[in-house]
Write a protein that binds this ligand. Sequence first.
Ligand SMILES: Cc1cc2nc3c(=O)[nH]c(=O)nc-3n(C[C@H](O)[C@H](O)[C@H](O)COP(=O)(O)O)c2cc1C
Length: 188
Amino acid sequence: MPLQFLLKRRSVVASQLKEPGPDKAQIKELIRAAIRVPDHKALTPWRFLVFTGDARVDFGRSIADIYEQAHNGECLPRHLENERNRFARAPVVIAVISKPVESEKVPASEQLLSAGASCQNILHAARALGFGGQWITEWIAYDLQVAALLRLEKTESVAGFIYIGTPAIVPKERPRVEPEDLMSYWKS
Ligand SMILES: Cc1cc2nc3c(=O)[nH]c(=O)nc-3n(C[C@H](O)[C@H](O)[C@H](O)COP(=O)(O)O)c2cc1C
């Protein structure tokens, strides 16, 4: 992989990810990339939930209901509309579910890191296929009712929602810290 692919990497905000999104065959390739991550002891500590088409809208409706209940019905119509449209911002959303298993050798934190690597691999694979993407969590990644809606097991959590589509913008560069400001060579 040319180094520039990594050095020029940028997310594209979900609201700027338009149709077309990846088709079913391409989505399968994204998941194949997501699976091909470092995974200590090959525990397979992740799974993937794919949202496309009307499923995004249905899910958004349920999210809006949860949001409304949490605010005792006292929320602004535009906020409810935002919730309804949350997943419809991009053609495809992939929820990367961290699924740590009991292991004497591999702490849960390592397994969560592996799920994070899956998120990043999906972003890279999407870009390699000509799409843009953004890794988002927002409140829905941490809400117990949303977890129930997603039918997560007690041990599972959302590592990220990866929004994917065709970029409507070319993202501008943003300032990055220089390597020398963050690195040092160990001297004993
Ligand atoms: C675990 C994780 C969660 C994130 N959650 C959000 C989020 O909820 N909302 C958001 O705007 N950006 C979120 N981001 C940041 C974006 O993915 C992205 O990094 C940011 O838009 C900056 O763009 P860049 O990746 O091109 O630097 C998250 C990143 C990570 C690693």
